[in-house]
Design a protein around this ligand. Structure first.
Ligand SMILES: C[S@@+](CC[C@H](N)C(=O)[O-])C[C@H]1O[C@@H](n2cnc3c(N)ncnc32)[C@H](O)[C@@H]1O
Length: 226
């Protein structure tokens, strides 16, 4: 297989070395005739990168957005459907290839809210092929915490927790990698077969938050008595 030359990409400013779109592109580039399902198009930064790559490696990009983004690009490799991404039956009816063949990669960048992301993971995991992956954007609150923006910090942290809960409930079926930089990117690599359903999400036991606050003092006290 010929190596992809990212320097020659007309959208090369979007895929600088080590940025998140580049990380996903390099994952995709190793797949044969890859199929991508993308949630959230807007002005199409991710769509343009995935489609540029798909044109070279015989891939197909299926993009969903609740708004009409059909004019973002034009390519034989790109297929757009205006829909809520939770409406799985409508999407599978429109794109039967996803149901019949499965997908190599899902990119979640639509409604950034923990319950929505967790619902998407539960609904769509089944259609990811073995060794395929689900990438989720915007999982690190660092930039908002720097600005002391409480609400966005909470939203991002809750999304991060929702993904971790999904992973911990599916630890034998997935491998979780987290990338920092930009607004954080999560990757859930799927170990199980196409059509394998995810496990139900179980809340993992956690310690009491007040004990965590008291911990440094308790440690000091315990040293005094040693
Ligand atoms: C952050 S933007 C996507 C950015 C895009 N991936 C990029 O790289 O340029 C989020 C998009 O998700 C769409 N969206 C929000 N809620 C949605 C839903 N429930 N289903 C599908 N799309 C949704 C919005 O209309 C918006 O265009």
């Amino acid at each position: 297989m010929e190596k992809i030359n990212y320097e020659k990409a007309p959208i090369k400013n979007l895929i600088n070395k080590d940025n998140h779109l580049r990380i996903m592109s390099e994952f995709l580039e190793r797949k044969k005739d890859p199929v991508v399902l993308e949630f959230g198009v807007e002005r199409g930064s991710s769509t343009k990168v995935f489609t540029w790559l798909a044109e070279q490696i015989n891939g197909n990009i299926y993009s969903i957005d609740i708004s009409d983004c059909s004019q973002v690009i034009s390519s034989k490799s790109w297929h757009f459907f205006q829909s809520d991404d939770l409406k799985i039956e409508n999407i599978l009816e429109r794109f039967p290839e996803i149901k019949n063949r499965g997908v190599d990669m899902i990119y979640i960048d639509s409604y950034h809210e923990n319950h929505h992301v967790q619902k998407l993971l539960n609904l769509w995991f089944k259609y990811v092929k073995k060794e395929g992956a689900i990438f989720i954007d915007d999982v690190d609150s660092y930039k908002f915490r720097k600005k002391k923006d409480i609400w966005n910090s909470i939203v991002y942290d809750l999304t991060d927790e929702a993904i971790k809960s999904f992973y911990y409930s599916n630890i034998e079926k997935t491998f979780y990698t987290r990338y920092y930089g930009e607004n954080g990117l999560a990757k859930l690599l799927k170990y199980s077969d196409l059509l394998d359903e995810p496990n139900q999400i179980n809340k993992l036991w956690n310690y009491n938050i007040f004990i965590k606050i008291l911990y440094p003092y308790l440690r000091k006290i315990s040293k005094i008595f040693k």
